[in-house]
Design a protein around this ligand. Structure first.
Ligand SMILES: Nc1ncnc2c1ncn2[C@@H]1O[C@H](COP(=O)(O)OP(=O)(O)OP(=O)(O)O)[C@@H](O)[C@H]1O
Ligand SMILES: [Mg+2]
Length: 248
């Protein structure tokens, strides 16, 4: 038995008649941060949604810690320890950050899990300390991103699915986020599958890289190997040579 926390085997996904993923094989091991890269429309979000079992019609196998989850609904999958951070960062605007987190703590408790405390969350995401009593509508994009990640951590997931967390964030904020995310596996035993287009962020946090191109896997390997290949980056990402900035 391998120690894959997450394993996708031969996953296909469709929106109507249009196929968006073609036979995707992908694994995330315990304690790993794995990046899923590719241009706009490559299929990154569809891959994360396929794990959560939402929207797209799928076939193929999805296993969480060796157990099949592909037939389960989104809540059952979350309960088994998959934390989902969608790209829209939706937090309740009229509630404070603390109240937003409290909602999820309530859910975790009802599911018999010991939710992360605010203090623990602040330890992971220091920016949270000064946001905790602010209303959702009074947060910047980077602050919202931190809160969305904190919310997904409350239930102590085995694996976190992050959908382009750096999109639209200033470089200095991205740096802070990279530190927070890179520390998660060791600090909380969380593995991470990160959909991302920001090369420098991926270089800073990820151990392995998968690259999708129009729904097909075109590269899987060590992050260092991908970073050393400007040809691969030019062919499959929306980046200019030697650029490390966010084009999301
Ligand atoms: N709800 C939807 N209905 C129909 N087609 C969709 C839907 N969502 C995505 N698609 C299509 O599926 C393909 C993969 O899209 P997906 O959102 O997974 O790409 P992505 O890599 O996440 O792109 P981005 O970087 O822009 O977020 C694209 O061709 C897209 O147009
Ligand atoms: Mg996407």
């Amino acid at each position: 038995m391998s120690d894959h926390v997450l394993a996708l085997t031969g996953v296909n996904a469709w929106y109507g008649h249009a196929q968006a993923l073609f036979g995707l094989d992908l694994t995330v091991d315990a304690g790993q941060i794995v990046a899923l890269m590719g241009r706009n429309g490559a299929g990154k979000t569809t891959c994360l949604r396929s794990v959560m079992g939402i929207e797209a019609r799928r076939s193929g196998s999805v296993q969480l810690a060796g157990q099949p989850i592909e037939g389960l609904g989104v809540e059952a999958i979350a309960r088994r320890g998959v934390g989902w951070v969608p790209d829209d960062r939706r937090i309740f605007p009229t509630l404070t950050v603390r109240e937003n987190l409290q909602l999820v703590r309530g859910i975790a408790k009802r599911q018999g899990r010991q939710p992360m405390s605010v203090a623990e969350l602040v330890e992971v995401l220091p920016i949270m300390e000064r946001l905790i009593d602010r209303k959702g509508h009074a947060l910047s994009g980077g602050e919202q991103q931190a809160v969305t990640i904190a919310r997904a951590l409350v239930g102590r997931p085995q694996i976190l699915l992050l959908d382009e967390p750096t999109e639209g964030l200033a470089p200095v904020i991205v740096q802070g986020l990279a530190q927070s995310i890179a520390a998660l596996p060791e600090r909380h035993g969380v593995s991470i599958l990160l959909a991302e287009q920001n090369l420098s962020f991926v270089r800073d946090v990820a151990e392995r890289v998968y690259v999708l191109d129009i729904g097909r896997l075109v590269f899987a390997g060590d992050t260092a190997e991908f970073m050393e290949s400007p040809e691969l980056q030019e062919r499959y990402l929306a980046v200019a040579r030697s650029s490390g900035t966010n084009h999301g």
